[in-house]
Design a protein around this ligand. Structure first.
Ligand code: MG
Length: 477
């Protein structure tokens, strides 16, 4: 029922363990699929029932993003949850981090968020959170999948079906929570002018209000929630942020920020109109964080820049590299008691607020650094070590992905390669190459980085050729 699933749509009728292993509903970020094709109301009632069975008549928050199909799907999920005796507190339209922040203070057993995050408008999705506000572990997701596929939904008796209540005010509590993490008076004194590009997603429900409350002048673009995402795709990639960059320059703002569809990721534009990819702004937050917390652990996926390690080295901190995926970063932080995590795509996990990625919190932290240092964002980012990153992909049939990876590991083993997720080879000149099979598409992805553009290009070419040879050899076997 999701892009991660390779089988037919008869998934719901499968009832053996091997079926479970073949089909996965939950991918790297919850369940995703085409609205009313894969994610139908019938499916949502069923998965709501499976989630409700897992939470055993618990108290659940339910919220949704601004997608056209979200109100319909959230109502169907609420029907499924209450059919198993769960009490549902409907929070309505909300950014994902705001509902995550509300779970603990309201002493809920969990939460369900209807969102497809950065995917195109025709998609939707379902994220399930535990009592701590963090998304469920893979093991718990599999328990829900088992209940669903084995048709073990435990319906409540007629007099024990769950109540549906309305819970308002979570956005106010969320904004107040973020203000506790920053020096509001220092930010107010700077009277920053900030351009917010919510991309017609739910980021427009929080960031402009938070920024005005902390004394910023705010100019918004694409701040009206529109499930058709008419102005730019919901993913804040540099190629989608030309409008934001030109508005920042046109109004002479201090900074611009863009969010993805559910506002857990933030990408920044400096006062000169230059767009910065997420690991550079994350490194800036890391540097500020480590100034007060020398030697702490920083969690980040292997796809992040070596820049994260450079900053950590400066403050005797340790970088814990993980597999790619926001849930893995959050769960690793929890396990090793780390307080800061980040991803190259603009996700920052600020533990003192909450250990999940959070676009508005990231914005507040960047403004806090600008106020504390009284320096422009371009200057702060220019001080960080400079890396050049080149990305590419190579077609590889699904059935060859695993053998290709095994052969590649054999070839680069003696070079001390990191095999946390795919293969990452690092060199003494601080350049590196990461080669990962895609989880969903028949491709391999390459991320090369070097201190010069030439070095990144050369590494990419060398390893792409190497992999091409391996794919050719194994295809002919
Ligand atoms: Mg998102």
């Amino acid at each position: 029922m999701s892009p991660n699933e390779t089988g037919s749509k008869s998934a719901a009728r499968g009832n053996d363990k091997t079926t479970r292993n073949r089909r996965r509903l939950f991918g790297t970020n919850g369940i995703r699929g085409l609205a009313n094709v894969e994610l139908t109301p019938e499916f949502a009632v069923g998965i709501g029932g499976a989630i409700g069975t897992f939470f055993r008549k618990g108290q659940m928050l339910v919220g949704y993003d601004g997608r056209t199909s979200s109100p319909m799907l959230s109502k169907a999920i609420i029907a499924g949850l209450t059919s198993t005796g769960c009490t549902v507190y409907n929070v309505g339209m909300t950014p994902t981090p705001a509902i995550q922040y509300a779970v603990k203070p309201h002493m809920m057993d969990g939460a369900v968020m209807v969102t497809a995050s950065h995917n195109p408008p025709e998609y939707n999705g379902i994220k399930v959170m535990a009592a701590n506000g963090i998304e469920l572990s893979r093991e718990h997701e599999m328990e829900i999948e088992d209940v669903f596929f084995e048709e073990r939904i435990k319906l409540a008796t007629w007099n024990e079906t769950g109540e549906i209540r309305r819970l308002s005010g979570i956005l106010d509590v969320y904004r107040e929570g973020m203000k506790k993490q920053i020096d509001v008076a220092a930010i107010q004194r700077q009277r920053f002018h900030v351009v917010v590009d919510a991309g017609n997603g739910v980021g427009g429900l929080v960031a402009p209000y938070l920024l005005r409350e902390i004394g910023c002048r705010v100019t918004t673009v694409n701040a009206n929630v529109d499930g058709a995402f008419p102005n730019r795709p919901p993913e804040p990639r540099p190629e989608n942020l030309g409008e934001l960059a030109s508005v920042v320059k046109a109004v002479a703002a201090d900074v611009g920020v863009a969010y993805d569809g559910d506002a857990d990721r933030a990408i920044f534009v400096d006062e000169k109109g230059e767009i910065h990819w997420g690991d550079r702004t994350f490194a800036l937050i890391e540097k500020d964080f480590l100034q007060d917390r020398r030697g702490e652990k920083i969690v980040t996926p292997v796809s992040s820049s070596n820049l994260i390690k450079d900053i950590a080295d400066e403050y005797e901190a340790e970088v814990v590299w993980t597999r790619v995926g926001s849930i893995i970063v959050a769960l690793t932080m929890q396990k090793i008691k780390a307080n800061l995590g980040g991803e190259e795509n603009g996700g920052v996990f600020y533990g003192p607020h909450q250990p999940v990625r959070d676009g508005a919190m990231t914005t507040a932290l960047i403004l806090n650094i600008m106020a504390k240092t009284r320096r422009p964002l371009s200057g702060l980012l220019a001080e960080l070590p400079r890396y050049f990153i080149k990305k590419d992909k190579l077609t590889c049939p699904h059935e060859l992905k695993h053998p290709v990876l095994e052969s590649l590991i054999q070839q680069v083993k003696r070079m001390g390669a990191d095999t946390t997720d795919g293969v990452k080879v690092s060199f003494p000149d601080r350049s590196s190459i990461l080669i990962r099979p895609s989880g969903t598409e028949p491709i391999y992805r390459f991320y090369a980085e070097g201190r010069t553009a030439g070095r990144a290009t050369q590494l990419l070419a060398e390893y792409k050729a190497k992999l091409q040879r391996l794919v050719g050899e194994l295809a002919n076997d």
